[in-house]
Design a protein around this ligand. Structure first.
Ligand SMILES: [Fe+2]
Length: 239
């Protein structure tokens, strides 16, 4: 099994490269456009064939590398069916299997951070996008976010997974790389609430600053990595 967690320090994004063996098919999750050459180099060095590129949701803090990877490798670009991105060649529904040679991921629809957020379960680990972060949760105050939906996604879907399931998020801003469902249940401060209403109140009172250039970035993102001129979006945290 080849499993690589790659980091984009500008946006604090984790990208994951998966393959069952050297020389086999590979899949990438949440690639960042500025890092595409690095991904391609690694794919080449490991003698892999990139066949699928997936975004967990439409990202507002960076431009996806899906479009550029597709142009370079002819890989299939994948998102959930709720995505409004206009150039996705495969759309998954809740429960669908995403497979490459020797690797199978199950799509779990986990709206809340955005209405197009999906998590992907693979054996002992789950890629949670910005739904469940390490000791945090993705903000719900833009991109059709919904704290009530996020509570349901986290408490009734992700936290139902076995406690020792590894949690690999799409972002971290403190240098954490991995957690477990059990650890997050016990120690994630956002999850120590008594009811859905408590969670909604907590999320609605975070008073996070609105990222600049959001409209421009979102339009570019929806076009799968085709930037609209020069985008100078400032880094902002999603928690
Ligand atoms: Fe996000």
């Amino acid at each position: 099994m080849i499993f690589r967690q790659l980091f984009d320090s500008v946006s604090g994004t984790y990208t994951y490269l998966l393959a069952s063996r050297r020389g086999g098919e590979a899949l990438i999750i949440d690639p960042v456009i500025e890092k595409v050459q690095r991904y391609l180099q690694l794919v080449n060095e490991l003698d892999l064939k990139l066949v699928k590129a997936v975004d967990t949701h439409l990202h507002a803090d960076h431009i996806t590398g899906l479009g550029a990877l597709r142009d370079h490798t002819h890989c299939i670009t994948v998102m959930g069916e709720m995505s409004k991105a206009d150039v996705v060649s495969m759309r998954l529904s809740d429960g669908d299997k995403l497979t490459i040679e020797g690797v199978a991921l199950e799509a779990i629809y986990t709206p809340g951070h955005t209405d197009d957020s999906y998590s992907f379960l693979m054996d002992d680990r789950v890629f949670t996008g910005d739904t469940l972060l390490i000791r945090g949760t993705g903000r719900t105050d833009f991109q059709n976010g919904d704290a009530r939906a996020q509570y349901d996604s986290i408490f009734n879907r992700l936290l139902k997974l076995p406690d020792d399931t590894l949690v690999y998020p799409a972002h971290d801003y403190k240098g954490e790389t991995v957690s477990t469902i059990g650890e997050e249940k016990a120690f994630n401060p956002r999850l120590q609430v008594k009811s859905i209403d408590d969670y909604v109140a907590l999320m609605n009172n975070l008073n996070l600053p609105n990222p600049k250039m959001m409209d421009v970035a979102e339009k570019a993102l929806a076009r799968m990595g085709v930037p609209l001129g020069q985008i100078h979006s400032e880094r902002f945290d999603l928690v």
